[in-house]
Design a protein around this ligand. Structure first.
Ligand code: CA
Length: 223
């Protein structure tokens, strides 16, 4: 966020942080440009009225150095300014005073447009099992299956390799992390829980002494 107004800066910053963003605020255009270059943020909230820089000029400079999404904040409310802001490549525009909630919503909307989700890479569909890697939702036979974090990670790792054996060691490494000191028995216990929750024991096969395999292809038969 490049904003010199302390009150607006800290209020907006607090709302963005509450929404899960890490916020870095700079109070001058010079420091802002520098920070954008160093930190490569996902998003810039830019106040047009800065002490050292014309906001439009700054927007131009930011645009020139990359395609980071920009949301302009301004006290100016003239149609011409809006058009200029958007023509300069700002992604959205809010006029002060504005609701911080609306700002958060706008930031999210711009990010959604800027980082489109390709369904192929985010949702794994195996028969009537759907594993949504982004929303971390699992559907089986059209019903949502509630899983704990580890169970979800386990299922996701298996689903990324349909029809292939995934070893216990690999599952330990991917799901629990290298630092985890527990044994492969932990994997077995969690797979058992996962099977129970899925309610379809044949979906995940045990490959004795090696690991597990999730079925590929249609698995829509009733359990
Ligand atoms: Ca200002």
């Amino acid at each position: 966020m490049i904003e010199d107004d302390e009150a607006i800066g800290s209020l907006v910053g607090a709302y963005l942080e509450q929404a899960g963003f890490d916020v870095v605020r700079e109070c001058t255009g010079e420091a802002g440009l520098d920070a954008v270059e160093r930190r490569q943020p996902r998003f810039v909230v830019l106040d047009l009225g800065l002490p050292d820089f014309d906001g439009f000029e700054l927007c131009r400079r930011l645009r020139g150095s990359g395609d980071v999404p920009i949301l302009i904040l301004t006290a100016r409310d003239e149609e011409a300014d809006r058009i200029i802001g958007l023509e300069l490549g700002a992604d959205d525009y809010l006029t002060k005073p504005f609701s911080p909630r609306e700002l958060v919503a706008r930031v999210r909307a711009v990010l959604r447009r800027a980082e489109p989700v390709t369904p192929e890479s985010q949702v794994i569909a195996l028969g009537d099992l759907r594993v949504d890697l982004r929303s971390r939702r699992v559907m089986l036979g059209g019903l949502t299956v509630g899983l704990r974090t580890l169970e979800f990670e386990l299922l996701a790792e298996l689903a990324r390799h349909p029809g292939q054996v995934v070893t216990r060691d690999r599952l330990l490494d991917r799901v629990w992390g290298l630092s985890f000191a527990g044994g492969t028995r932990t994997v077995d216990v969690h797979v058992a829980q996962l099977r129970k929750k899925l309610g379809r024991p044949d979906l995940i096969q045990t490959v004795r002494g090696v690991g597990y395999r999730i079925l590929e292809g249609p698995v829509s038969r009733e359990a």
